[in-house]
Unconditional design. Structure first.
Length: 508
């Protein structure tokens, strides 16, 4: 095994570096730029360090720095963009602002084919995003690449095994960027390509066997990909000592409970289905305020889960927290608090359960691969995300069992039609929203006065921003026809053409 640590100096591509290295088959983790050499040396199998890009100027007093010790802890170091400047400065070279910057694809001459740049042609188009340049080389360094405006676009000191590139090999536009990262991780750092899906699964199962030996654990199974994958994997480690608690709130997806029972029947865990829809609808009666709805649902869920977990006499709470959840929470070390944005709204710490997060080091696409290879159906591994409060946030106004059924059916039709046209996996989310108004229509020669359904289909990369999906009209027309034909309470369908911002993805 081998690991490459990426020190994050605030660059927008820091995680991309780590992901590319993992795609090559080498484990990589992003750490804050001020991580001490002593902490880095504790990383299991540390083989190399990459200093990321960043928006600051290395010569500015306030810019983020790392200790010079990092350059001599015994593993190779690669600096990218800001990291390249920082190395130059720490080693006695000079960094300054150039007359003009370089942004986008830039012709770059490869001047020396040492281990880092071997296999590259004499010229590549490389992605640049900088104004500062390395003006003079540190002693004992040589130039490996240059461009018109950056004579020192790459340097190295092979003796010390320190390298720098001004451009971004992690950005897919850079020609042979993957080759450069592979050269660094595999040829220079000598890390083995062992970060493969089956290996990840084996590691998680064997760690869980060790960590949870003789203990009973519970997990809140939502049917989402993360909790499903965590439950499936841990069931392979501790079998029936894991109880997966699935609460049917009445606000879940179409035929979700039956689906969960079927999907998990082949895993050796104890599956507890708690049918609580009556209780949820009773508590939601008359409530129209979105935040009140969320609170009621979250609190009820916690109460039910807590009770069931106590009955199991479990000492460990398993959560499907993944790497990006920890980044969002600002936690880059092993998480020790229950994540605040967890689907169920956060479980109380007084439950006195030890938290265990088997997927804590995986990116979402890795979780999808693990889910597939562990034996979870495609319907789970390729699923869209689903909000914790379920369809309650897609029913404007009061939530009733009848309205829940309308939204569920309409959302199912939308999903079916998108899957038929192979569009489902291309969009972030697709669902129906029910409005608390009625409009006039004409059906079977008679006037009707029924609910409208809003179809919301969105594209997004990170949930922070989103665009409405430009779905072909014939697909929208079929969705509309099926909704009004198959759901007797609906006579009108509208397509939501708002982006985020100013709208949010959900309507509440
Ligand atoms: P918005 O509506 O804020 O949604 O653009 C962004 C993403 O977050 C999901 N979402 C939630 N997830 N509990 C959750 O677990 C919630 O209360 C909640 N509200 C929104 C939403 O589905 C989308 O993926």
């Amino acid at each position: 095994m081998g690991a490459i640590a990426v020190l994050d100096f605030g660059g927008q591509y820091s995680h991309l570096i780590s992901r590319r290295i993992r795609d090559i088959g080498v484990y990589s983790e992003v750490l804050p730029c001020d991580t001490e050499a002593s902490s880095l040396l504790k990383i299991n199998g540390l083989k190399g360090i990459i200093l990321s890009g960043g928006a600051a100027s290395a010569y500015s007093e306030k810019s983020p720095k790392c200790s010079k010790d990092l350059l001599s802890i015994g593993v190779p170091v690669l600096g990218i963009c800001y990291g390249h400047h920082l190395i130059a400065q720490l080693e006695g070279g000079k960094v300054s602002a150039a007359g003009s910057g370089e942004y986008g694809l830039t012709e770059t001459q490869i001047r020396s084919k040492s281990s880092l740049l071997k296999g590259l042609g004499p010229k590549i188009k490389a992605w640049m995003n900088h104004r500062d340049i390395v003006e003079s080389l540190p002693e004992a360094y040589s130039i490996t690449a240059s461009t018109k405006n950056s004579p020192i676009a790459g340097f190295e000191n092979t003796e010390k095994s320190i390298y720098g590139v001004q451009f971004h090999p992690e950005v897919s536009h850079t020609e042979q960027g993957d080759k450069i990262l592979e050269n660094f991780a595999v040829s220079v750092c000598r890390a083995k390509k062992q970060w493969k899906t089956q290996g990840i699964i084996n590691d998680i199962i064997s760690e869980a066997k060790k960590e949870l030996k003789g203990k009973k654990a519970v997990i809140a199974l939502s049917g989402g990909i993360d909790s499903s994958t965590a439950a499936a994997l841990l069931s392979k480690a501790i079998g029936k000592k894991l109880t997966a608690i699935y609460v049917d709130t009445g606000l879940m997806r179409h035929k979700e409970t039956e689906f969960i029972i079927k999907a998990f029947s082949k895993f050796p865990l104890k599956l507890k289905i708690i049918k609580a829809s009556g209780l949820f609808f009773k508590n939601l009666k008359g409530v129209v305020d979105p935040e009140k709805k969320r609170k009621i649902i979250g609190n009820l869920f916690i109460k039910i889960f807590e009770k069931e977990a106590r009955l199991e006499k479990a000492t460990v709470l398993v959560q499907g927290t993944i790497y990006s959840d920890r980044i969002e929470s600002g936690i880059t070390k092993n998480s020790s608090v229950i994540k605040s944005h967890h689907n169920v709204g956060g479980l109380p710490e007084n439950m006195n359960l030890r938290l265990y997060e088997p997927l804590r080091n995986l990116y979402k696409d890795e979780v999808r691969k693990v889910a597939k290879e562990t034996g979870l159906p495609e319907e789970i591994s390729g699923r869209h995300v689903f909000p914790g409060p379920g369809i309650a946030v897609r029913i404007l106004g009061e939530v009733t069992p009848e309205k829940a059924e309308i939204v569920r059916k309409a959302s199912h039709i939308i999903e079916q039609e998108l899957k038929l046209k192979k569009l489902y996996s291309k969009v972030w989310m697709a669902f129906a929203v029910l409005l608390p108004v009625k409009s006039v229509g004409i059906q079977g020669d008679a006037r009707s006065y029924k609910y409208p359904i809003v179809v919301r289909i969105i594209e997004s990369k990170d949930a922070m921003t989103a665009n409405f999906a430009k779905i072909p009209y014939d697909v929208l027309e079929k969705i509309s026809a099926r909704i009004t034909n198959e759901i007797s309470q609906v006579n009108r369908v509208a397509y939501d053409i708002s982006n985020k911002p100013p709208a949010t993805m959900e309507w509440e």
